[in-house]
Design a protein around this ligand. Sequence first.
Ligand code: AKG
Length: 330
Amino acid sequence: MVLTPKSHIDELKDQGYTILRNVLDPETDIQPLINENVQVLKFLIKELNKQGKINNTYEGLDGPDLFSKFIIDTGQEFFGNFNILLNFSRAPTAEDQMYLHPEMFNLLRNPKLLDSLEQFLGPEIAVNPLHITRMKPPEKALPIDVQQHAVGFISKTNWHQDLWAFQDEANDTDVVTVWVPMNEATENNGCLVVVPESHKTGELNTHCKPSETVKGFKGIPDSIVSKNRVPLPVNPGDIIVMDVLTEHSALENKSDGLRWSYDLRYQVANQPAGQGIRKAWTVRSKSNPDSEFKKFEQWEKYWEDIKQYEYNSGGPLNWTRYSLNDPMCV
Ligand SMILES: O=C(O)CCC(=O)C(=O)O
């Protein structure tokens, strides 16, 4: 059944998520970003070999298979080069890496994507700087510490609601999560799973912070998540739009290949982003087109300034919505 815009809005309100099919063209909207990533990885591999940090040229591998093998071998160590997230919990260094390349900027600004989001957000749209790259090789092949302490970037994602990652100033911001697959996401390779209607309580469930016993990302204890869990398989070109209170996780990748996606967040422009000094940047404005970031260099400078600021000031604002002392959190 093809949903009309009104029914997507209703579905998002009623269920806490909605899937929009064939928003993007895999050939012209997605493949260029894949190609760009591969080019960046090949360059990185050369550099790391020159610096003696790795000893493998990965000859004969290409595309997602190259990523898969590289991440299996190196775990989280170099993943910052491909992530579009600067982690709040890191201690900033002058060498902080992040994926800042033109095709990523093009995806964030993709007119088809923005057209499809207008129904939820209206004509004044900004990119919220909380966005993440997920590149997940087969879970069983990952380094054992990654398997044991799922961090969610390169391994399975634990249950959470995205609102936990927003500071209080954004409590009234109109913001949605937009999940964009680069390749087919299936139950076998670790697609997203949601609890329908879980956004309706209007509150954050208990989120546990990482501890000595469970390192990495922890989230809502599985035992208190409803059993009504719905996997959301999607194809490249489709997007999933979610409420920031919808409880969700991602399954383990049991396939033999890489599962690759981006979770982006878009909001109404000029509302608080809830990300400390990282403000939302306008990507579409009917009322003030000059306020839009139109050039890649603007986006690049925005992040370079943030990195510099956080480095000089000793780190991003220290904050948390984790439950620190909940008995659930062991
Ligand atoms: O893709 C994933 O593994 C998790 C995505 C996610 O947590 C999100 O979209 O907020």
